[in-house]
Design a protein around this ligand. Sequence first.
Ligand code: 8YV
Length: 312
Amino acid sequence: LARLQARHDVTVANPRLPEQLPAFQAALATAEGLIGSSYKIDEALLAAAPRLKVISSVSVGVDNYALDALAARGIVLCHTPGVLTETTADTIFSLVMATSRRLVELAGLVREGRWTRNIGEELFGWDVHGKTLGILGFGRIGQAVARRAALGFGMPVLYHSRRPVDLARKAPELAGKALHTPLDELLRHADIVAAVLPLSNETRGLMGGREFGLMKPGAIFINGGRGATVQEAALLDALDHGTLRAAGLDVFATEPLPMDSPLRTHPKVTALPHIGSATVETRYAMAVLATTNLLQALAGERPTAVFEMTAG
Ligand code: 8YV
């Protein structure tokens, strides 16, 4: 905030709070830059912001933004790739561990004073090391998850992405350890499937009843990308009536997760409140990068991290 205020007039307003919405709307009328995250930027908002030149998102995902409308108006969109990769991969791997080893459930047993004897086999977990991990989406975060799995846990890794990644060049440590695999084949062979997909027309609802039905009996599903890439009713059906062992979810179709969502309290679900990047160090790095991006764009320079609209 201090860096921005040193060079610009800044209005701080949270449009999600009714009492701050008028100040936000008033500022939009003259704003040339906008910085923040998780707020829907649609045509109506852009119409109210005639002088807007740049949006700097404190996130890597850009699914909240009407990309076509931004491109049509020549508005530059910046985001924060890179700085959150390792932290988000840590979160996703935490869900792999938590679901497989039943960590939350068993920690609850201790906390509630129910650890009165050695636990019986009905509470045993499932090994993680050596299991086959399928990764849906193989960008920076997917590759960082693959490194943890392949190099740290001896897991064969299958990945699904639009195109095979040239691992020899981009991630030599994963060459021969992570195999590009068609979706159906990956679902049939992986013991644990981790989705790390951005939300786009191509990925919306990608995991549905057919896909969960292809998964191995006793497999685990993890989602650390975007909630709407999964059809939640189909996931619940697979947990209740199919053979899915467990699900670990950091993201949901609607966030915060509605109180009446069965995913909130499902015994087979470990649900987190979208904390993929939420560490002190990483959120600070994201804020710094987003601020730098905004200042650069407003100064007419090329920002460090522009989201290339045409690359999708
Ligand atoms: C943020 C994320 O928590 O970067 C992203 O795309 O999902 C998260 O790191 C989210 O955008 C809220 O700031």
